[in-house]
Design a protein around this ligand. Structure first.
Ligand code: HEM
Length: 305
């Protein structure tokens, strides 16, 4: 059994820290990061036991260049590539690929802080910090646009089926991750009447009820990303969180899946206009400013380092 890292499967928490790091390419730094990776799950578990109410969990993942540098003697995750940037008209999904992602989740901001501080202390000069974002639960699990986010996430056993490479395959228990930091244009969004906002998302705002297929605009967010192949839904597990301050804010989007394909196909549907000129109208109100792709190996992989 290739157990997954602790940050992948649990239900939503109230707080998260997203750390994206760049690796220094010298022997000492690479050795430090490999040693860190081996001990990381144990450190998370120790801190969780000290603060059980926090429900602390975390995921450590690597970008394609970092994987090659750190684990050249191991299997390569066959779908791991740098984030694929997309552009269509004025809609842009940039790639700002990093080397290491640490996704910390819990119900206590102080415990998240404690873990991120310990991590950076241990990694020292072997890494540079590219991005650090603190996510928080906003109201009753809403995005800052005011719409509940995460409703249609996979539940129960399906969470593992959606996120983890199955047993028997190379790197079983591992998961592909995509991140994008979005900055919302709230003055523009707030100028849009609520019934139009509901058409943009495809659900009602207050009650969070999905529109019927006939009611849903072809440009609605959930219409664009709801993809099927041979009658089967293409799924991802989202652990996105609102972030920011009074001046700049939005969504730190993060999705886990057993394949990188699902996210890439969904993002294409959001950005690229189809033959009818339809694209995701949510893109009119928010702008992605980062885009990164990673692979989170199983606990067994890290332990064997
Ligand atoms: C600013 C960025 C985004 C915002 C504010 C946002 C917001 C939302 C909201 C409010 C929902 C409906 C409730 C739910 O089921 O969670 C939703 C659903 C969903 N979103 Fe997003 N989203 C964003 C970006 C993305 C991206 C980049 C992807 C994938 C490439 C994505 C994939 C999905 C999926 C798969 C669903 C569920 C659709 C369904 O089956 O009904 N979202 N999103």
């Amino acid at each position: 059994m290739s157990a997954p890292q602790s940050g992948i499967l649990p239900e939503a928490n109230s707080d998260a820290t997203f750390l994206v790091l760049l690796l220094n390419n010298d022997t000492h730094s690479l050795t430090t990061v490999r040693q860190f990776a081996k001990t990381f799950p144990g450190k998370v578990e120790e801190l969780r036991q000290r603060h059980p109410d926090s429900k602390l969990s975390a995921t450590l993942a690597f970008g394609s260049a970092a994987w090659t540098l750190l684990f050249h003697d191991k299997d390569y995750p066959s779908e791991l590539t740098p984030f694929v940037a997309l552009r269509n008209d004025d809609r842009l999904a940039p790639s700002t690929q990093g080397d290491v992602l640490i996704h910390i989740r819990s119900n206590r901001k102080d415990v998240n802080f404690e873990l991120s501080r310990m991590i950076m202390e241990q990694l020292g000069e072997s890494v540079r910090r590219e991005e650090e974002v603190s996510g928080f639960r906003y109201l009753d699990s809403r995005d800052i646009t005011g719409f509940v986010d995460g409703t249609e996430n996979p539940t129960g056993d399906n969470r593992a089926a959606v996120t983890l490479i199955p047993e028997g395959q190379p790197l079983a228990g591992g998961s592909y991750i995509h991140c994008q930091r979005y900055i919302h244009n709230m003055p523009h969004w707030n100028a849009c009447p609520a019934h139009q906002q509901e058409q943009v998302i495809g659900r009602t705002k207050e009650e969070n009820i999905e529109f019927s297929s006939e009611e849903k605009a072809p440009t609605a967010h959930i219409k664009r990303v709801n993809l099927k192949e041979n009658g089967k839904s293409l799924e991802i597990l989202r652990h996105s969180m609102p972030y920011g301050d009074s001046r700049e804010h939005g969504l730190f989007f993060i999705a886990y899946a057993h394949t990188a394909r699902h996210f890439n196909l969904m993002l294409e549907q959001m950005i690229h206009a189809d033959t009818n000129g339809h694209y995701d109208h949510l893109m009119r109100y928010t702008q992605a400013v980062s885009g990164t792709a990673f692979f989170a190996p199983s606990l067994g992989f890290l332990d064997a380092l």
